[in-house]
Design a protein around this ligand. Structure first.
Ligand SMILES: O=C(COP(=O)(O)O)NO
Length: 249
């Protein structure tokens, strides 16, 4: 398949200057496979992006956790894609379930955000995932397909998109999806891409898993054929993040 393994670390709304410096030192000292084998992108809060970017090892990269849906201007509190480009931040996470749930980001809004960020030269980690209620109702595939469709309707070139499947019921709960559960949805997402974008997009797009990934469960998850990496929350702030990156081997 030849898809380079991708490990993202979503720090969420966490950290102080001292804590961030400690995490960066931990990452800089970590023994990990070469960039040819794994792509590592860490995502601190906006306010720490310059500090992390300036002190992080050169084989790791940074992402913002969000950006605004259009060109900057009278949008108090927002951070534009142009600003991230100006800071030379290459990646941005968009559509995280916490933003969909807490801030009401709709599928269409996320699709617009992905399209605009790509248009400004950013690379995007686009998040999809179902709630426990939706899974228990048997709607998982319909939900993540609709979320992906809303992106595909606004985007033609998937070169700079990594798709992150993050079941909401696994985020922050310790209830990680089983390898079989993750593989099933990743396979369905790849089939959806094959049918609705192109066989090439389906073959090349990295689909990564997020939701209670840790040093103990990452190796078995990484062994699934349609799982191309991780988007890690809590464990990305800990030394075990290095173990998760090494699951790429
Ligand atoms: O939200 C997550 C996953 O968080 P956890 O690893 O803490 O479940 N990634 O974006």
């Amino acid at each position: 398949m030849g898809r380079k393994f991708f490990v993202g670390g979503n720090w969420k709304c966490n950290g102080t200057i001292d804590e961030v410096k400690k995490i960066v030192n931990l990452l800089n000292d970590g023994k990990v496979p070469s960039q040819d084998c794994v792509e590592v992108v860490v995502s601190p809060p906006y306010v720490f992006l310059p500090l992390v970017k300036s002190s992080l090892r050169p084989d790791f990269h940074v992402a913002a956790q969000n950006c605004w849906v259009k060109k900057g201007g009278a949008f108090t509190g927002e951070v534009s894609a142009e600003m991230l480009k100006n800071l030379e931040v290459p990646w941005v996470i968009l559509g995280h379930s916490e933003r969909r749930a807490l801030l009401g980001e709709t599928n269409e809004f996320v699709g617009d955000k992905v399209a605009y960020a790509l248009s400004q030269g950013l690379k995007v980690i686009a998040c999809v995932g179902e709630t426990l209620e939706q899974r228990e109702a048997g709607s998982t595939v319909d939900v993540v397909a609709a979320q992906t469709k809303a992106i595909a309707e606004k985007v033609k070139d998937w070169t700079n998109i990594v798709l992150a499947y993050e079941p909401v019921w696994a985020i922050g709960t310790g209830k990680v999806a089983s390898p079989a559960q993750a593989q099933e949805v990743h396979c369905e997402l790849r089939k959806w891409l094959h049918a609705n974008t192109s066989p090439e997009v389906a073959a090349k797009t990295r689909i990564i898993y997020g939701g209670s990934v840790n040093g103990a469960n990452s190796k078995e998850l990484a062994g699934q054929p349609d799982l191309d990496g991780f988007l890690v929350g809590g464990a990305s702030l800990k030394p075990e993040f290095i173990d998760i990156i090494n699951a790429a081997e």
